[in-house]
Design a binder for this molecule. Structure first.
Ligand code: IMP
Ligand code: MG
Length: 175
């Protein structure tokens, strides 16, 4: 197994700064509630939250847990754990690490809408360029990337590599 450098720590930092500026324009003088999808998004959410705070956008944050992947493959069976009743009347920004098949986001968005938020937007750090059945409107996109398996900066392969400060492409060489 080999990890090839793909997005450096600095590239990620600059991108999050840019994303935060984009989001800040929209939420100036508004209350914003971040909804971080665990586990993969926790590092992205914490960096983005601090950049927003630098821009004087004061956010609150909630977490839910979604799991669909086993190794390299989306199981298609998405488990969502966590109480979503807090979203009522709030301006929600969903923070997700990666938009792959779209199944997870689709399911989460449908759930959130049941609890009647005031507004709902979605921010993803990584967006895989590929055709998919589950198309969702993504409001803020960090990087558009090829359809490869990536790890680091919160993203894992069977719980490994989340702590890498950069994002790499994981390649298997038969082992
Ligand atoms: P989706 O439901 O297929 O869009 O998958 C979304 C979830 O699968 C993400 O939140 C990730 O946790 C995980 N995932 C998808 N692609 C990758 C990848 O390339 N590396 C690591 N995790 C991934
Ligand atoms: Mg995830």
């Amino acid at each position: 197994m080999k990890i090839n450098n793909f997005l450096s720590e600095n590239e990620i930092k600059l991108k999050i700064h840019k994303l935060a500026n984009e989001i800040s324009k929209k939420y100036k003088k508004k209350k914003l509630t971040l909804l971080c999808i665990l586990k993969g998004s926790f590092i992205f959410a914490s960096d983005l939250m601090r950049e927003l705070e630098n821009n004087k956008i004061f956010t609150e944050i909630f977490f839910i847990n979604a799991k669909s992947y086993d190794g390299f493959n989306s199981t298609g069976n998405i488990k969502i754990l966590g109480d979503l009743s807090f979203v009522k009347n709030k301006n929600i920004l969903v923070i997700e690490d990666i938009y792959d098949t779209g199944l997870t986001l689709k399911k989460i968005i449908n759930e959130i809408l049941k609890y009647k938020p005031n507004s709902l937007e979605v921010c993803v750090l990584l967006y895989k360029k590929k055709s998919r059945k589950n198309k969702i409107k993504i409001d803020y996109i960090g990087f558009k990337i090829p359809d490869k398996f990536v790890v680091g900066y919160g993203l894992d392969y069977n719980e490994k590599f989340r702590g890498l400060p950069f994002i790499g492409i994981l390649e298997t060489d038969g082992d």
